[in-house]
Design a binder for this molecule. Structure first.
Ligand code: PMP
Length: 278
């Protein structure tokens, strides 16, 4: 198994981390996860654009060209013979003696690895339970930073309560999942939080919104309160790794259940049609 360190493919066991990497001390870096279908990375342009946006928002320069980045990722997929799976890649700000104040003199450090796909049949078909809890994250959730402590803590809390995902609210307004976006369906209209600083604007979220509009569903991107969950007909989460997973029950600060509805199933089907054929 190979990984990429800076601009080189090397066997994973030969990879090293510099203690003075700001990613290690501060979580000072950004990342992306791209899904590979039938040997090809899906929605690569969108992921690269979001990576550049995250880098820009954190004042981290791009260490090498966009073209080089794409080429490296393709070469890793090929080297590890990934047919269906994920590519994870990140840039940290770079290596310098630990100090909150960064110098703008370090070179960002690039790392990438691949993973085989997990089997999604069960969760896509039968749905998941989710755990409603407080959004304890910072106010720049639009940046896809590797600093994910809030997300990590609520994910553990959800799992300890036998739920697959945490759904978060900030003072009673639903934002998103710990590693996914949330959609509600009511009378065939889709509802989801707008792409503000309070959520990560998921690539899957964006693809679903486009897809839904093209198929004449109305999509409302507005904040909504927690109790709207009780009145929705259907709910689902979206992310690169799970695509679309129906929610069958909400637990925690509010309890409610959903049928796995027609709109969710229709969007799942139409989303699959966007994907390279496996
Ligand atoms: N929100 C958060 C907090 C996430 O971590 C993710 C996935 N990494 C998403 C939403 C979904 O984004 P995408 O569809 O681009 O995977």
């Amino acid at each position: 198994e190979y990984i990429i360190q800076n601009e080189t493919l090397i066997p994973k066991k030969e990879a090293t981390v510099n203690l003075d990497d700001r990613g290690y001390y501060f979580g000072d870096g950004v990342y992306e996860v791209v899904k590979v279908y039938d040997g090809s990375p899906f929605a690569m342009d969108e992921h690269i654009a979001r990576l550049l946006s995250s880098l820009n928002k954190l004042d981290i320069p791009l260490a090498f060209s966009k073209e080089k980045l794409v080429e490296l990722i393709h070469s890793l997929i090929e080297k590890n013979s990934i047919e269906n799976g994920l590519v994870y890649f990140q840039f940290t700000r770079g290596v310098e003696p630990r100090n909150h104040l960064y110098t703008r003199e370090s070179t960002p450090v690039f790392t990438a690895f691949t993973q085989a796909a997990q089997n999604l049949e069960d969760i896509q078909k039968n749905g998941i339970d989710v755990w409603l809890t407080d959004d304890i994250r910072w106010l720049r959730c639009d940046i896809k930073t590797i600093n994910l402590l809030g997300n990590v803590m609520v994910k553990r809390e959800a799992s300890d309560n036998n739920c697959h995902e945490a759904i978060l609210h900030r003072s009673g307004t639903i934002t998103e999942g710990s590693s996914s976006n949330l959609f509600l369906v009511k009378d065939k209209v889709l509802y989801t939080h707008p792409a503000t600083n309070l959520i990560l604007n998921g690539i899957t979220r964006q693809l679903i919104i486009d897809l839904a509009k093209r198929h004449n569903y109305s999509v409302v991107e507005e904040p909504f309160p927690v109790d709207v969950l009780e009145h929705a007909d259907e709910a689902f989460i979206s992310s690169t790794s799970v695509e679309i997973a129906p929610i069958k029950a909400v637990k925690g600060q509010l309890s409610t259940t959903f049928e796995i509805g027609q709109v969710t199933q229709d969007l799942q089907l139409k989303f699959k049609e966007l994907l390279p054929k496996a």
